[in-house]
Design a protein around this ligand. Structure first.
Ligand code: HEM
Length: 194
């Protein structure tokens, strides 16, 4: 067990194997194994959404507020090691959430109706638009500015504080939007559709 849990790769592989066993068991050990697209899209969507929003909340609830109290000589551990790694999983989690979300809407046969806010899909449509804006913020505002702030690209030293502030404010905006966005995501299936 130690060998599995000491490696993140082995931990994820073990998680996937356990999931496959549950699916196989629940479907009569493959006897009636049917491919329900919406089910798998929904599962992968929530999995990647947790990766994205979990890291967004880590930045906003843990890293940003703790940074000022970390002694200067320890700050590079965050800026040079933890943050770049967290940002990798953060932005690719956002990408996977977007694609699986659009796949789910298409498997549910309402992708165009939802994006054009037609009656019956207004709630999920609003959630999708909020999440799409959040995805845009991650890839085109937060990530480029974080690269400057963390010194991952060539830039004037004077540009760093402004870039860090811009990334922080857009990350805060995404935290704000994550609260109503998630209501719209889970509300659609719970009779909140309007
Ligand atoms: C990036 C753009 C996104 C799109 C296009 C999208 C799209 C969708 C769609 C179409 C549904 C199905 C609603 C239904 O009919 O029940 C859904 C559900 C859901 N989404 Fe998203 N979503 C996005 C982002 C997110 C994010 C960031 C999260 C964060 C965790 C998230 C979490 C969920 C959850 C928890 C559900 C409910 C699943 C269920 O009730 O079984 N989504 N989403």
């Amino acid at each position: 067990m130690g060998k599995i849990l000491e490696s993140i790769q082995n931990t994820v592989i073990a998680g996937i194997i356990l999931t496959i066993i549950i699916i196989a068991g629940q479907s009569g050990w493959f006897a009636e194994f049917g491919f329900d697209q919406a089910f798998y899209a929904r599962y992968l969507h929530v999995l990647s959404g947790v990766m994205w929003i979990g890291l967004l909340w880590y930045f906003n609830f843990v890293q940003i507020p703790t940074m000022p109290s970390i002694p200067d000589e320890l700050k590079p551990a965050i800026g040079k090691h933890i943050a770049p790694n967290a940002l990798f999983w953060f932005r690719w989690g956002a990408m996977a959430t977007l694609f699986t979300g659009l796949w789910l809407a298409s498997a549910n046969h309402y992708i165009v109706d939802a994006l054009t806010l037609k009656s019956g899909t207004i709630l999920i449509g609003m959630g999708m638009w909020m999440a799409i804006i959040m995805w845009f913020n991650v890839w085109f505002i937060i990530w480029p500015n974080q690269k400057i702030a963390l010194g991952m690209v060539e830039a004037d030293a004077s540009a760093k504080p402004a870039a860090a502030r811009k990334a922080m404010l857009f990350s805060r905006t995404n935290t704000l939007l994550s609260i109503p966005m998630l209501l719209c995501m889970v509300g659609q299936q719970n009779g909140m559709a309007f």
